[in-house]
Design a binder for this molecule. Structure first.
Ligand SMILES: C[S@@+](CC[C@H](N)C(=O)[O-])C[C@H]1O[C@@H](n2cnc3c(N)ncnc32)[C@H](O)[C@@H]1O
Length: 270
C-alpha cells in the first residue's frame, strides 16, 4: 500500500517510485566511472540500495558491500532489496565511527547538498576508509541560482508558499541553491583529501508527467524540509501546491527546472 503524502514526507518513503525523476538516472553513469572491478564497495547515503544492487549485478567479484544511510526506513528497504548481499548500517555521514574496512570504491550520489556546510567531515572519513589508490565517485547537483541564491527545488517551494499566501523568502532554512555548492568550491573541498581524476557533467531537465507525481517526488526526496515553513494544518495543502507549481512550470518551460549534475572521480591523497 502506498503511504499518504504526509507519511511519505515524514519517513521519506516511496523513493523507488519517484527517484527515476532525478537520482536513479545517474547510477549507470557513476558505475561507468569506476576504472576496474572492485572487491569491496561502500555506498554513503545509499538510500534504498539501488546503486549497490546495480554494482553487485555489474561486478560479481564484489566480496563486501556496505551501505550507510541516515534514514532508518530507507536502510530497511535497502535490506529487503539486497537480502544478505550487503551490510546496511544506519548512521549520520557527519558522525560516522571509524570502521576497520578500507574499500576499493566508495560512492556518494545525490547526497552532498544534505551535508552542507560540513561536507569536509564526510570527505575526511571517506578518504580514511579507502584503500590506497581506491576510488571515490560522487555526484553533485548545481542548479542555476538567482541573485539571492535560490535555485532548483527552492523555486518550486517558493511558488507553493506564495500560492498559499505565506512568506516565500525561505527564511529559517538554507536554500538548496546554497546547499548545492558550485563546482569550484566542491573541487576545493575534495582537494583537501583527494586528487580529482575525472569530472563529467550533464544538463538534466527535472520534469514529471503530472502534478501528483511531482508532489510525491518532492515529499519522498525533500521530506518536510520545505513544508516545515507552513503550519501543521496546512502540510497537505503545501504538498498539493508543490505539485501544481511544478505542473505550471512544466507547462510553461517544458521542465520544472534545469540542473547541472556533475560526477566526480577522486582518489585519496597519499
Ligand atoms: C537523494 S537521496 C540519494 C540516495 C541514493 N544515493 C541515490 O542516489 O538514489 C539522499 C540520501 O542521503 C541520505 N542522507 C542525507 N543526509 C545524510 C546524513 N547526514 N547521513 C546519512 N545519510 C544522509 C538520505 O537519507 C537519503 O537517503
Amino acid at each position: 500500500m502506498t503511504d499518504d503524502i504526509l507519511t511519505r514526507a515524514r519517513t521519506l518513503s516511496g523513493y523507488d517510485d519517484v527517484s527515476r525523476i532525478r537520482q536513479s538516472q545517474d547510477h549507470d553513469w557513476v558505475l561507468d566511472l569506476v576504472p576496474e572491478p572492485p572487491s569491496t564497495v561502500a555506498d554513503l547515503g545509499c538510500g534504498t540500495g539501488a546503486l549497490l544492487d546495480a554494482a553487485l549485478a555489474r561486478w560479481p567479484g564484489v566480496v563486501r558491500a556496505v551501505g550507510i544511510d541516515g534514514n532508518e526506513r530507507r536502510v530497511r528497504e535497502a535490506g529487503v532489496r539486497l537480502a544478505g548481499r550487503a551490510e546496511l548500517l544506519t548512521g549520520d555521514l557527519l558522525r560516522l565511527p571509524p570502521l576497520d574496512d578500507r574499500f576499493d570504491v566508495a560512492f556518494m550520489t545525490s547526497v552532498l547538498h544534505w551535508l552542507h556546510p560540513d561536507e569536509d567531515r564526510a570527505f575526511a572519513w571517506t578518504a580514511a576508509h579507502l584503500a590506497p589508490g581506491g576510488t571515490f565517485v560522487l555526484t553533485t547537483h548545481h542548479p542555476l541560482t538567482d541573485a539571492r541564491g535560490f535555485g532548483g527545488e527552492d523555486v518550486v517551494a517558493r511558488d507553493a508558499l506564495a500560492a498559499l499566501g505565506y512568506d516565500d523568502s525561505l527564511a529559517g532554512i538554507v536554500p538548496m541553491g546554497v546547499r548545492a555548492r558550485p563546482a569550484q568550491p566542491v573541487r576545493a573541498l575534495l582537494a583537501r583529501h583527494f586528487t580529482v581524476t575525472a569530472v563529467e557533467e550533464r544538463q538534466v531537465p527535472v520534469r514529471a508527467e503530472s502534478a501528483e507525481r511531482y508532489r510525491d517526488f518532492h515529499a519522498s526526496t525533500f521530506g518536510t524540509y520545505f513544508s516545515r515553513l507552513v503550519p501543521p494544518d496546512r502540510q497537505e495543502d503545501f504538498f498539493e501546491a508543490v505539485g501544481r507549481a511544478a505542473a505550471r512550470r512544466g507547462a510553461e518551460h517544458g521542465e520544472v527546472y534545469g540542473i547541472t549534475v556533475r560526477a566526480w572521480r577522486a582518489t585519496p591523497l597519499t
